[in-house]
Write a protein that binds this ligand. Structure first.
Ligand code: SAM
Length: 324
């Protein structure tokens, strides 16, 4: 019997529309789909009816396969000549243990391919209106796991990262948020560094809580956020307040409230702490804002991020002053 194949396919972070075309093709050809907890059921429906669907992820009260069992399952089905899709949240090679699965397949002589997915690290900030880089606010970003922060043997050097990188994207960091904040403050990040915590990003459950290193722990606790959540730390996190666009179909434009009505505007985001009125305009009808810093007579300027070090004088132009 000919050996089958295994495709490690990235499902994206939640919105099924973020699956790649190659991922969709592999699902349509699948004999077996081994899938994780956060995978949208609409993606499983892409596989042929006859395909075997095997749950491998963790869920409360449901037995989860350990990594060795998952590896063995993939190998066993491929050895029976089947086309196996290992469907994983986000990108298979970003904190997804896809590397270990690929190693096991390689060691067993099973032909495999990796179909990259849209990682939560990129897509969740994007759906929350947070560009990870920005000409004036951020020239670098790092994606780290928050799972290890504070452990004795943490392999994430938070102190150095805090100094070296403008924007930090933290996955699996909700439970460790207090420790992460403490470590970054201790290593010199400004207390007023903006932070956004995005829960259920790209899905109908999307919830954004914004604050600063000074108050985000309290705000996240008050909002009772639950995993999965992605944390963005750095000046770009403040852009969510005006660039948040999801749910789609409408361009959300935050208009400054007339003084008399300040505080009376509707709230758009669950858990958000907006005090500005929010005006929803259709994309066509709305007179959207110009991108920050690109207004007439104000050419975009590059300057180091102001949020890296506590006490460092701000070298970047005031973002608000650049508004048209
Ligand atoms: C085990 S990691 C897997 C990451 C995945 N391989 C990727 O590339 O997105 C799971 C973490 O990704 C983040 N995550 C995944 N889906 C998310 C979502 N819809 N909203 C917010 N964060 C999400 C959370 O930090 C979660 O704890």
């Amino acid at each position: 019997m000919r050996t089958g194949t295994v495709a490690l396919v990235g499902a994206g972070p939640g919105d099924p529309g973020l699956l790649t075309l190659r991922g969709r093709r592999r699902l349509r050809q699948a004999d077996v789909v081994v899938y994780d907890r956060l995978v949208d059921p609409r993606l499983l429906a892409l596989a042929p009816r006859r395909a075997l669907r095997l749950f491998a992820g963790k869920a409360t009260g449901v037995h989860a396969l350990d990594q060795d069992e998952i590896n063995a399952l993939l190998i066993a089905h491929a050895r029976r000549g089947r086309r196996v899709v290992r469907l994983k949240g986000g990108d298979p090679f970003v904190f997804g243990r896809g590397g270990e699965e690929a190693e096991a397949l390689a060691a067993a002589g099973i032909p495999f391919e990796v179909v990259p997915g849209v990682s939560a690290a990129i897509a969740v900030p994007a759906y929350a209106g947070i560009p990870l880089t920005h000409r004036r606010l951020s020239s670098s970003f790092a994606v780290v796991t928050g799972h290890e922060c504070g452990k004795d043997a943490s392999r994430v050097d938070w102190a150095r990262l805090g100094e070296a990188v403008d924007t930090l994207v933290v996955l699996m960091g909700l439970a460790g948020l207090p420790r992460i904040v403490h470590t970054l403050l201790a290593s010199g990040r400004r207390p007023d560094t903006p932070v956004a915590v995005v829960r259920g990003g790209t899905t109908a459950l999307q919830q954004i809580v914004t604050g600063t290193l000074r108050d985000i722990v309290v705000k996240a606790r008050e909002a009772r956020l639950e995993p999965p959540a992605t944390i963005v730390i750095g000046d770009v996190a403040s852009l969510s307040a005006e660039l948040a666009w999801f749910p789609p179909g409408l361009a959300a434009v935050r208009a400054p409230a007339p003084p008399a009505q300040a505080g009376s505007g509707g709230r758009y985001r669950k858990g958000g702490e907006t005090s500005e009125a929010l005006t929803l305009l259709s994309t066509r009808g709305g007179r959207g804002r110009r991108p920050i810093g690109r207004g007439p007579g104000r050419p975009a300027r590059c300057a180091p991020s102001p949020s890296r070090r506590r006490g460092r004088p701000s070298e970047a132009p005031d973002r608000r002053s650049a508004r048209p």
